[in-house]
Every structure is written in structure tokens, then in C-alpha cells.
Design a protein around this ligand. Structure first.
Ligand code: FAD
Length: 474
């Protein structure tokens, strides 16, 4: 029998359910395929640096598979629809008996898989797995079988389910007895812009697992105290790996449990705090499956679509470039632009600033993030934006508006983070760093740094009025 493993956002050999299942029959011939879809990526605004990250991991995957006697075929198709046609032919040519893949949750991906399903002849068996989550979408529901709209009861039910589920990680498959070390053909570069990240994100499953081990051993205990401080390396920085499946959430959970066996009992500890973030990841993915409209630029709370957003391209540009005159916002955006990663607290601050200070449509922020993020992930990004914009389920209420100055004072009190990314402010003393122009004025100095593009107090009132008007119109 010939088994085909179709790799998508699961670029690893360890703990990969589809790959493991395809290899279970020792006599089967196992082959693998990856299909790049540059036009589709453009439509999804995938960041060029995420494309590079995928490309480099693909090369690593090709090698890891070859060592196990599994050849990786590689093809570029413009769109998902083209990939379905190509794959159908490929399956026929190769005489594939069974296809194995791990499910994705986004609507275009789900529709692509359904189209392939319809197109394949009945004798080709299709084996699908829920591999990118700790628990499958649709498996954590309210008493009447619906998806939760609020996070805390979801988490309660989730933890109950988790304790009853088999979440063991699977090993990488053994070397195929009947396989041959296939020749390593250099992968043709994607027809897509490429960009290296300046961040510290080494390539490979081993590097990701080493980071996970180190984090769970050394940092997780301080997670709650440190996770909101962007100047401190207090979070795992694993999101780029989780986003494209170089690492699985089961590997994260199991490593956490190995290092902190009482994680589920000590709910006030750092380990539970970190697990809580992994559960947010699950929550947003489960939501996307329950409400596919979230994939189509729809807000969860319908009346928020009536907010009259400002058309302010200059302000949008200032925000994108990190030139708003609010140091914490600007430092965060420059970190994003340079590395493709941004600290979670800062993502919340800059999202709030765009939507609630500049009154710019959250979808423009969501799409700019996607175009820059190394860890771009529709569910988490959309969830984060809809949370910050108060358009999502269980989101921040619309009248909760971060003050960008006090957020900076609270979470970067000495301005260490700000000074890392805004070299034009290095000479500003600590206590003046969040309002540098006030200090500069007193000193009669000129700063090569923009004045605030908006007055927060005024903006706050305008935003409240805009949301209230939309609510009344609804
Ligand atoms: P850790 O604190 O170490 O958390 C561990 C893992 O849990 C993360 O790697 C991530 O996979 C998951 N996670 C953590 N926080 C969240 C969260 N709030 N929602 C969903 N999953 C979470 N995360 C992405 O992976 N991709 C995105 O495109 C993305 N866009 C975001 C946009 C906005 C506006 C906001 C507010 C948040 C966004 N997040 C996104 C969530 C979060 O900011 C990042 O996952 C986190 O900062 C990654 O850093 P870390 O790996 O060190 O996280």
C-alpha cells in the first residue's frame, strides 16, 4: 500500500499524528508532500518572514523525513483550488491508497479539504487528525452542545475534558524498513517575497523543543510575575513554532507537566498561568470553527459593525511605522517591524491605541499584524484584535480604554524596553521616558521624535461617543 502524508501547518516529525498513523503499517510505502500556495498566501496576507520561516523548516523537514526513508515531494500552486487539482492528479499518478493529514481550522483550508474529499475516488481512504490542538474543536461544549462564548466556563469544561483525554505525545516514526534514503533535491524557492527575521528564532524542531524545555525548567515559575514586562524575557517565545506546527501543544503540555507535576492543582502558580495561555489559544481556535464568519472579517458582536471608524491613512501609517509620539506604542511597533514578534502586553496596548485612540477599524490593524508577524495565526490574531477592539466574544468592554502613557509606566517603568527600540530617546531620563517632550521642553532641547499625534483624553471621549452611537443605532 502507498500512504501519502500531506504536510500543512504541522512541519515536524515528532508527535505528528498524521505522519505517525501513516507509518504504523510497516509494509506501507510512505511518501510525503508539501504544496506552497503563494497567491493564497497573498490573499491571506502572510508575512514574508513567516514564508521564509516555513521555507527553512520545510528544508529541515525534508531532511528529517529522508533520514527515515520518506521522500518529500514539493509543489507550488497559486491557490488552494489549484492545489486540490494538482493533488488529485498526484494521488492518481503515485497510486496512493490512503491519504493522511492534520486538520486546519480556518474556513478556506476547511473548504479546500472538503473539495479534495469530494474529488477523490472512493478507494482512496482519507485519514484526518485533530493535531494542532489539545482537544478537538467541538469537543468542549455547554450542556446543550454549543460552543462557549465566555472564556472562564470554557476553561473549566476544557480542563475537565483534558483530564479524561489521552494527550500523550507520539514519537517520531522509525526508519522505514522498505524505505530508501531519497536523494535530497534542493527545494525551489517560493514565488513569494522572503524576509529574514532579526529575532532570535533558530530553525528546527530540536531548537523549538530545547526552548520549550528551558522555559519550563527555568522560567515558568516566574511567569505570572514577569509575563507582562516586555523588557524581561519572561514568556516562552514559542508562538512562531506553534503557529506553523514545528511544535505541538501536546508537547508543550507534556513538558510542562514533567517539569511541574502539580500544574493542574496549583492554579495560582506560574505553570498554570502558562497553561492558561495555551487554553486561550484553544479557545480562539474552537471559536473559529463554531463561527466561521470570524474568518470573513465579521465582528462577533454585530452592532460594533456600525461604529463609524475614522478614515485616517496618515495616522495609520504613523502607527505602523512606530511614529505616534507615544513611546510604548512606537517601541512595540518597531519591535514588530524588525523581528515579526511582539510581546502580548504590547499587542494589547497597540491594538487598543489603534482602535480606541485613533478610532481606526480594527481590521486594518489585524491585517497589518498578519503582514508582519512571524507567528501570524488567524485564530489568535483575530481573537486578539476582536478582544482589544471590544468587538469579540468575551472581549474587553468598549468603555475600557488603555491609557498608553500609564500602560508604559506600569509595564516598562524604567523605559528599558522603550530605549531598546527608540534610540532617539536614549538620553531621556527614566522618569521622563513616557512623556519625553515634556522633559525636552523644560530642558529646551529638541528631540528627533514625533509629538503625540493625538490627545489621549480627547480621543477617549470621541471613541466612547462613537461606540455608544453605534450601539444606539443597532
Ligand atoms: P507565551 O506567553 O509563552 O504563551 C505560550 C503560547 O500560548 C504562545 O506561544 C501562543 O501560542 C499561546 N498564546 C499565548 N497568549 C495567547 C493569546 N492571548 N491568544 C492565543 N494564544 C495565545 N498569537 C499568535 O500566536 N499569533 C498571532 O497572530 C497573534 N496575534 C495577536 C494579536 C493581538 C492584538 C493580541 C492581543 C494577541 C495576539 N496573539 C497572537 C497572542 C499572544 O500575544 C502571542 O501568542 C504571544 O505574545 C506569543 O508569545 P509567547 O510565545 O512568548 O507566549
Amino acid at each position: 500500500a502507498t500512504h501519502l502524508v500531506w504536510f500543512r501547518h504541522d512541519l515536524r516529525v515528532t508527535d505528528n499524528r498524521a505522519l505517525f498513523a501513516a507509518c504504523e503499517d510497516a509494509d506501507a510505502q510512505v511518501i510525503a508532500v508539501y504544496i506552497a500556495t503563494p497567491e493564497q498566501w497573498r490573499a491571506h496576507e502572510m508575512a514574508p518572514r513567516q514564508a521564509s520561516f516555513i521555507y527553512q523548516h520545510l528544508a529541515a523537514l525534508q531532511l528529517a523525513l529522508a533520514e527515515r526513508g520518506i521522500p518529500l515531494y514539493y509543489q507550488q500552486c497559486a491557490l488552494f483550488a489549484d492545489s486540490v487539482d494538482w493533488l488529485q492528479r498526484f494521488i492518481r499518478q503515485q497510486g496512493v491508497d490512503a491519504l493522511f493529514y492534520n486538520n486546519q481550522v480556518e474556513i478556506n483550508e476547511v473548504q479546500r479539504d472538503a473539495a479534495l474529499d469530494r474529488a477523490l475516488p472512493a478507494q482512496v481512504r482519507v485519514h484526518r487528525f485533530d493535531d494542532s490542538l489539545l482537544l478537538p474543536p467541538g469537543s468542549v461544549t455547554t450542556g446543550d452542545g454549543n460552543m462557549y462564548k465566555v472564556y472562564t466556563p470554557f476553561r473549566r469544561a476544557f480542563l475537565q475534558r483534558l483530564s479524561e483525554s489521552d494527550t500523550r505525545s507520539l514519537p517520531a516514526p522509525a526508519v522505514r524498513g522498505n524505505g530508501q534514503q531519497p536523494p535530497l533535491v534542493a527545494l525551489q524557492p517560493f514565488d513569494y517575497p522572503q524576509q529574514e527575521s532579526q529575532g532570535d528564532f533558530p530553525i528546527g524542531e530540536e531548537a523549538a523543543r530545547a526552548r520549550l524545555r528551558r522555559f519550563c525548567r527555568e522560567n515558568v515559575g516566574d511567569y505570572l510575575a514577569q509575563r507582562d514586562l516586555p523588557a524581561v524575557d519572561g514568556t516562552s517565545s514559542l508562538s512562531p513554532y506553534l503557529a506553523i506546527g514545528v511544535l505541538s501543544p501536546r508537547q508543550c503540555f507534556n513538558r510542562l507537566r514533567t517539569e511541574c507535576p502539580d500544574v493542574l492543582e496549583r492554579t495560582d502558580g506560574g505553570a498554570f498561568g502558562w497553561l492558561n495561555e495555551l487554553i486561550w489559544r484553544e479557545f480562539y481556535r474552537h471559536l473559529l470553527v463554531a463561527w466561521p464568519a470570524l474568518c470573513k472579517h465579521r465582528p462577533f458582536v454585530a452592532w460594533t459593525d456600525g461604529v463609524r471608524w475614522r478614515h485616517a491613512p496618515q495616522d495609520l501609517l504613523a502607527w505602523q511605522q512606530g511614529k505616534t509620539g507615544y513611546p510604548i506604542v512606537d517601541a512595540a511597533m518597531r519591535q514588530l517591524n524588525a523581528t515579526g514578534w511582539m510581546h502580548n502586553r504590547l499587542r494589547m496596548i497597540v491594538a487598543s491605541f489603534l482602535v480606541k485612540d485613533l478610532l481606526i477599524d480594527w481590521r486594518l490593524g489585524e491585517s497589518y499584524f498578519m503582514s508582519q508577524l512571524l507567528d501570524g495565526d488567524l485564530a489568535a490574531n483575530n481573537g486578539g484584535w476582536q478582544w482589544g477592539a471590544s468587538t469579540g466574544t468575551d472581549a474587553a468592554p468598549y468603555f475600557r480604554i488603555f491609557n498608553p502613557t500609564t500602560q508604559g509606566e506600569r509595564f516598562d517603568p524604567q523605559g528599558h524596553f522603550i530605549k531598546t527600540w527608540l534610540p532617539e530617546l536614549v538620553e531621556v531620563p527614566e522618569k521622563a521616558i513616557h512623556q519625553p517632550h515634556r522633559w525636552a521642553e523644560k530642558q529646551r532641547r529638541m528631540l528627533d521624535y514625533p509629538l503625540p499625534i493625538i490627545d489621549h483624553a480627547v480621543a477617549r471621549k470621541d471613541t466612547l461617543a462613537a461606540f455608544e452611537a453605534a450601539k444606539q443605532r443597532a
